[in-house]
Design a protein around this ligand. Structure first.
Ligand code: ZN
Ligand code: ZN
Length: 162
């Protein structure tokens, strides 16, 4: 993975249709373990989530689904289930509303968040989560995930201020 990547890039090139179907299949298996089943609205939510850019807001998801799914509650509840299934995770970019990102098939990465335009730059570094993992080990802490984020100004916003 390139160490700098603009996240508004959508589906990775060469992603096959089979891989595109995986989120639905994995979600279906998760639901089955919970004694739930995949309904048409739930399927629409999963498909839309994975058609959105890597990072998205719940409101964007609802906007994309309005018309095909009748209740916002269903959308938000399904998003919660996707989070529990480990297919998306909630991330905070220092704003009041939550952002989400796809976790399926993605490696651990950090974020650089621009305070001006809200752009999120992703980067990966093998040492990234090791610091957190080492601290967790020292404290006997059972670590489930580590999120590294930096806040500041992107190159374009710095140029605007000159
Ligand atoms: Zn910016
Ligand atoms: Zn990310």
């Amino acid at each position: 993975m390139a160490n700098k990547r603009q996240v508004d890039a959508s589906v990775a090139p060469g992603q096959s249709e089979r891989e595109m179907n995986r989120p639905v299949e994995l979600f279906e298996a998760f639901l089955r373990r919970r004694g739930l089943h995949i309904t048409q609205p739930r399927r629409a939510v999963v498909e839309t989530v994975f058609a959105l850019p890597t990072h998205f807001e719940a409101a964007e998801l609802w906007a994309a689904l309005r018309g095909s799914v009748s209740s916002a509650a269903t959308v938000y509840r399904t998003l919660e289930l996707l989070e529990q299934a480990g297919l998306v995770r909630r991330v905070s970019f220092g704003e009041a509303h939550a952002h989400y990102e796809h976790t399926l098939g993605r490696e651990d990465h950090g974020h650089l968040v621009c305070r001006d335009c809200g752009k999120v730059i992703e980067f990966s570094d093998p040492g990234l989560t090791q610091v957190v993992a080492r601290a967790a080990a020292r404290h006997g802490f059972n670590l489930s995930e580590a999120v590294i984020q930096g806040y500041g100004l992107c190159r374009a916003c710095q140029a605007k201020r000159l």
